[in-house]
Write a protein that binds this ligand. Structure first.
Ligand code: C5P
Length: 240
């Protein structure tokens, strides 16, 4: 199973979005991630407009609420025709199952593909200290992430978002029949920005990532199209 290199379109509004994607040749069929800022600012029409260009979409809204509310929200999201969506695994098994059910119902009603449901385990902004003192977890970070990934898998999620450096351990403990989608990707020699634990596309492939999420190294590059092609080639041609 090999998924795409997903370009994270972390821009503020429609104008910035189209300024960026208009640089790409029409036959580049990108998979792009859009998140809360763009979706809350522009609404679901922005999703339809990106789909109209023939792109696949990772809609990263990280739902976390009671199961019934998440199911209703996911039913609406499922109607859009996006490829990947996210929930917080910390919402629990009933919520994750409800999310999946909502996606199935919405996508079937609209006659579109059912999005893959990806779970966020612990956010990378959570430290060991916060995990222990604020989330009151008995487990350390690695065991917590593995436990949440297992929970997500048995609750019908299709995969998790994780650091590329944790994929090997996750594959061993959670299995190969699950998606491991990894941000924190940097070309060699590129500044890490605020990411601390990074890997190149080739390293991520060797660790076992199923798909990559890349933001600044592409969207802030002097030539985003060239940066995208260089990183995609490295990802597609890497040894696995
Ligand atoms: O610019 P950069 O390549 O660091 O962007 C990575 C994208 O992946 C951003 O949209 C960021 O919010 C997201 N992300 C992340 N780490 C996570 C989850 C999501 O960097 N654990």
């Amino acid at each position: 199973m090999q998924g795409p290199l997903i370009v994270s379109l972390d821009v503020a509004d429609r104008a910035d979005l189209f300024e960026l994607i208009d640089k790409f040749p029409k036959d580049d069929k990108l998979t792009v991630k859009i998140g809360m800022e763009l979706f809350y600012g522009e609404g679901p029409q922005i999703v339809r407009d990106i789909l109209d260009r023939g792109y696949d979409i990772f809609l990263d809204l990280k739902l976390h609420d009671i199961p019934n509310t998440v199911k209703s929200g996911m039913r609406q999201i499922g109607r859009l025709g996006v490829t990947f969506v996210t929930v917080h695994a910390l919402g629990g098994s009933e919520m994750i199952k409800a999310a999946k059910q909502g996606l199935i119902e919405g996508s079937e009603e609209a006659g579109v593909q059912t999005p893959k449901l990806l779970a966020v385990t612990e956010l990378t902004s959570i430290t060991e200290e916060v995990l222990k003192n604020e989330q009151n977890s008995r487990l350390d970070m690695v065991d917590q992430v593995v436990a949440l990934a297992k929970l997500a898998k048995r609750s019908n999620a299709d995969g998790v978002i994780t650091s590329p450096l944790e994929v090997k351990a996750l594959r061993e403990q959670v299995g190969d029949d699950f998606w491991y989608v990894t941000p924190g990707i940097r070309p060699s020699g590129y500044p890490k920005d605020d990411q601390s634990r990074t890997a190149t596309p080739a390293e991520a492939a060797q660790f076992g990532s199923t798909a990559l999420v890349v933001g600044r190294p592409i969207i802030k590059a002097d030539d985003p199209v060239a940066a995208y092609h260089t990183m995609s080639e490295e990802w597609n041609n890497a040894k696995r």
